[in-house]
Design a protein around this ligand. Sequence first.
Ligand code: GLU
Length: 274
Amino acid sequence: MGPHTTRFAPSPTGLLHLGHAHAALFAARHGARWLLRIEDIDATRCRPAFAEAILEDLAWLGLAWEGPVRVQSRHMAEYAAVLEALAARGLLYPCFCTRADIAAAIAAQHRPGAAYPGTCRGIDPGRAAERVAAGEAHALRLDVARALAETGPLGFTDLIHGPRRCDPLAQGDVVLARKDTPASYHLCATHDDAAQGVTLVTRGEDLLAATDIQRLLQALMGWPEPLYAHHPLIRGPDGQRLAKRAGAPTLRALREAGLSPAQVRAMAGFPDAA
Ligand code: GLU
């Protein structure tokens, strides 16, 4: 394994907690270079104050990222260009379904874990274009079957989970853009991993399925295939994931309670070498 470029890519929707510290330390320890990216595309949930707090908490924890921080909201034109390129190849279609329509379409399949069945894929393209032109609210979905027909079968190598085969069809035609969020997590993260020269993508194993979609986007766009390491999520004493929702202590709270950065690094699963 050569010297890798890794990244930590938090969304500024709240304060960092121990789970984030684990992910950040994991990325930093696995990269000869490690980069920081703020994934603030969803303006309805992200706050600049949280982005500032992230930088401050990481610095307090003793982590120094390389180069400038990449802030996704400053790169919207790049994501729009990717969407245009995919649309020009006939790989996207507008979806006019409301949340309720989508829930009903999923429920109607009577299958646990069923995905959106692609209701709007069948709309005549001329009619769909008219509805878009008339200003009807819509999302843009990737026609996954069509995309796979272009790329052929895909897989990836994970340093923890071994060789994996991708099954992007299982997730249905994913949304790549919506009205209030003009570029999705999958699109922006995959674009930026390529743009930033990330060679080893490290993140929690809850995102293994995301990689199936992201490999597809990479293959479609001719972006390089990185290695992956989807690490286990650290758990609290009760075995529960340390999600913010479950009341995991924030780094700030631990710091205010008088813990040192070294103590918090150890709590996050990375005790300093003796
Ligand atoms: N912003 C995403 C998150 O916080 C990043 C996921 C990734 O590392 O690709 O979950």
